[in-house]
Write a protein that binds this ligand. Structure first.
Ligand SMILES: [Zn+2]
Ligand SMILES: [Zn+2]
Length: 387
């Protein structure tokens, strides 16, 4: 199965090589028969190094590829984890960025869904095997053969020259069309960028657990993910409650769509809401004690973790057993669902709350994200980097 798949990939690459064409863009030759596209980017050479300007190579277009001129790119907490090698899989240089909005610059001969000039997006994935059970179920994020991350990933087809993927902190990117999204024209384009990670990460579990009018939904943590969770739960008609340790977040949570605010350090408030939630979306990005939140769930209800990819503090089994409760997790969403989320946003006029920066301010922005000092997502305006 794996060998057959590899052969298919090699055949695709061979076909793509046959149809390569010359373009008037800044290409250079990386070997005797391979053209590459040189693009300006910001990346890090090492986990302790600051991000700096560098040049990276994009592959020449294969039949099914779209070359995208990047207009905006969101700054995700994962970008910092990846750069710092917090997950132990970093390959340097790392060029982060997986909340990409841009316009189609050119396309391969086999591309049917996009035209030059289209407003498009790229999220956290740029490829998957397309044949496994997860991919067949439109859940490419759980591809059994490993999805290809937009950065710090390994190109499934290319050789050594194009094996390493680079993200959206750059002027352009080349992505196969199956992983390119159509961006609604009626939304504030720069504020759409964070929907491609923060948006789909919170939308997908709310849809999976069938959140609807009449449900009571809690959102734990008010950051890049949490503020989108509030907006989506509210738009789906749920009674939405911001669950936070800081009372000063109450006003903002209500502005974003929360019907109520629960201060989780206040025992009286916890008691008042005990056993009342149909679903809790936990967006806290670091290790913490989840036991107080489990007491808030109704019988048979679920708390879904979307933030902390690290060990959690010990959980008391009684908090699950007494009430048949569940703790679950969720990772972004498939391409089909990501497009559905974007269309939902267009219909309900939902975007992220953003603060714009230029790419040369990225290191300061990283510091502020780590201090939770952003409301609620930095987005890089790529224009100044190009000029
Ligand atoms: Zn992200
Ligand atoms: Zn797959």
């Amino acid at each position: 199965m794996v060998i057959r798949h590899y052969k298919t990939l090699m055949k695709q690459e061979f076909n793509a090589a046959l149809t390569r064409k010359f373009f008037s863009k800044p290409y250079f030759w990386s070997s005797k028969d391979k053209k590459m596209i040189a693009v300006k980017a910001y990346g890090a050479d090492d986990k302790d190094a600051a991000l700096k300007e560098m040049t990276v190579k994009r592959r020449d277009l294969r039949d099914s590829d779209v070359h995208i001129d990047i207009l905006y790119c969101g700054v995700c907490h994962s970008d910092i984890h990846a750069k710092n090698n917090d997950w132990g899989n970093a390959k340097y240089p790392i060029v982060p960025g997986h909340e990409i909005i841009g316009k189609v610059l050119e396309k391969g001969s086999g591309v049917t869904n996009f035209n030059v000039g289209d407003l498009v997006g790229v999220g956290c994935m740029v490829d998957s095997c397309q044949t496994c059970n997860a991919c067949k179920d439109d859940l490419e994020q759980f591809c059994e053969n490993g999805m290809t991350g937009t950065y710090n990933g390994k190109d499934r087809i290319g050789g050594a020259d194009s094996a390493h993927t680079f993200g959206g902190y750059s002027t352009s990117i080349v992505v196969r069309e199956e992983f390119v999204l159509t961006i609604p024209e009626n939304l504030d384009t720069k504020a759409v960028a964070p929907l491609l990670c923060a948006g789909i990460t919170t939308y997908s579990p709310l849809k999976h657990w069938n959140i609807k009018k009449g449900d009571k939904v809690g959102v734990v943590g008010l950051g890049g993910l949490g503020h989108m969770g509030i907006k989506f739960a509210h738009a789906m008609g749920a009674e939405t409650v911001m669950i936070t340790t800081s009372p000063d977040k109450a006003k903002d949570a209500k502005r974003l769509g929360a019907d109520g605010v629960l201060i989780s350090t206040n025992d009286g408030e916890i008691k008042q809401h005990t056993g009342s939630f149909d679903f809790i979306l936990n967006t806290v990005p670091v290790s913490h004690d989840i036991n107080p939140y489990l007491t808030l769930l109704k019988r048979d209800a679920t708390m879904c973790m979307v933030g902390a990819i690290e060990p959690l503090k010990p959980m008391h089994g009684g908090n699950l057993i007494l009430g048949r409760k569940s703790v679950a997790g969720s990772l972004i969403g498939g391409i089909k669902e990501t497009q559905e989320m974007l269309d939902f946003c267009a219909e309900h006029d939902i975007v992220s709350d953003v603060e714009m920066i230029n790419l040369d301010g990225i290191n300061a922005a990283f510091d502020r994200v780590q201090n939770s000092d952003v409301k609620y997502r930095f987005v890089i305006d790529m224009q100044s980097f190009k000029s």
